[in-house]
Ligand binder design. Structure first.
Ligand code: PLP
Length: 379
């Protein structure tokens, strides 16, 4: 219920625990490079993407005017779906307006009341929400702990489960043991759903993701999800899998059916972005990103900072308490760098952090400037 005085009390409580969140409005031309963006390849301002979006707007208009199943699904959407399916090695792909909705869609469509969803404890919030919205039983195993997953699967009295994991963990930057996940799923004939939001574009051959990097191939019961709001530099998401699996989503997934289709301009820009990601230029961007990650890690460690076990563009600096994370974030903000403090409930208590992200477009100078602003770790 809405009772303003109670809401205020709760907000005050959050404030006193250094956990209050508030919006920070960005200016159009920031003077400093970003160290908190998921635009890892620096594509969101690319003139080729902008031009593709503008051309599509001229033809199709700004909005789509309806859901995909009414008249929102244009030739550009269909073409993008084909290209994305090919990109990840699946029969078919289906576009969604956001990754959050794609995750709700898959979990609610496939996990029914007599099923079990077993997922990594550090999975993205949208996967947790999807599992809760589905009527399936819901269990979580310790992060990347395959023995814990095995124990849970071996105790199932209900047969098959849907095993769900981020491929690259969004707040930690580490990668799931995909070969083991695949082996577990194959052995028990379980379904496997991998969220490649932070894998596509940046990891694997031609940026095809962490699943492709593992050398595994898709099985009838495996589903991949990817987002375009991160390395693709656009917006929206897709689910890829066996053809009947995708047709089933078209018929049953409410977050697909009951929402307006993504603008054709976004699909057009994403096609352009996919071309770049798969090209030699994409390889160069990934190589530059990799150099920046290595340089950042060694420089930050020299300054005494506690980094996590991540080889990806997500390089969290562990701060511990929420207070310390907020202080570090505010000190950086005063010097022009915005890196929000990630606190509970997004991460466990005592593991608050600055979620730093590297981009291909950073120069060594940018990284030096950022680390100078951060200063030396004082404990
Ligand atoms: C960002 C993210 C999502 C949600 O995608 P949106 O398109 O931003 O809604 C889902 N899963 C993971 C792991 C993410 O990082």
């Amino acid at each position: 219920m809405i009772q303003v005085s109670k809401l205020r009390n709760e907000l005050n409580e959050l404030q006193s625990q250094a956990q209050l969140r508030s919006l920070i409005t960005q200016t159009a031309n920031p003077s400093m490079p970003s160290f908190c963006s998921n635009d890892y390849l620096g594509l969101k301002h690319d003139s080729r993407l902008i031009e593709a979006a503008q051309q599509a707007i001229d033809v199709w208009g700004v909005g789509t005017g309806s859901a995909h199943l009414i008249e929102g699904h244009t030739q550009i959407h269909a073409q993008l779906e084909e290209r994305l399916a090919e990109f990840v090695g699946a029969d078919k792909a289906l576009l969604f307006s956001t990754g959050y909705m794609a995750n709700l869609a898959v979990l609610t469509a496939f996990a029914k009341s007599d099923n079990v969803i077993v997922m990594d404890k550090l999975n993205h919030a949208s996967l947790i929400d999807g599992a809760q919205l589905s009527q399936a039983k819901f269990q979580r195993y310790n992060h990347n702990d395959m023995a814990a997953l095995q124990r849970r699967l071996s105790r199932l009295d209900l047969g098959q489960a849907m095993v769900v994991s981020d491929s690259v963990f969004s707040m930690d930057g580490d990668i799931a043991p995909i070969t083991e996940l695949v082996a577990e799923a194959r052995m028990g004939q379980h379904s496997l759903f991998l969220d490649e939001a932070h894998g596509l574009g940046v990891i694997g051959p031609k940026g095809r993701g962490a699943f492709a990097e593992s050398g595994e191939t898709l099985d009838d019961r495996f589903i991949l999800m990817g987002t375009m709001g991160k390395a693709f530099g656009t917006a929206g998401a897709f689910v890829a899998g066996q053809s009947d699996v995708i047709d089933y989503l078209v018929n049953k997934a409410r977050p697909f059916i009951y929402t307006t289709a993504m603008p054709a301009a976004i699909a057009a820009a994403t096609l352009k972005s996919l071309n770049i990601i798969e090209s030699n230029e994409g390889d160069d961007l990934r190589a530059r990103l990799a150099e920046n990650i290595t340089y950042f890690r060694s420089s930050a460690k020299d300054l005494g900072w506690n980094l996590m076990n991540s080889a990806t563009a997500i390089q969290p600096i562990l701060m511990g308490s929420s207070e310390r994370a907020v202080q570090a974030s505010q000190a950086l903000a005063q010097k022009g760098f915005r890196v929000p403090a990630i606190r509970p409930p997004t991460v466990p208590k005592g593991l608050s952090r600055l979620r730093v992200t590297l981009m291909a477009s950073h120069s060594k100078d940018h990284i030096d400037q950022f680390l100078t602003a951060l200063g030396r770790c004082d404990d």
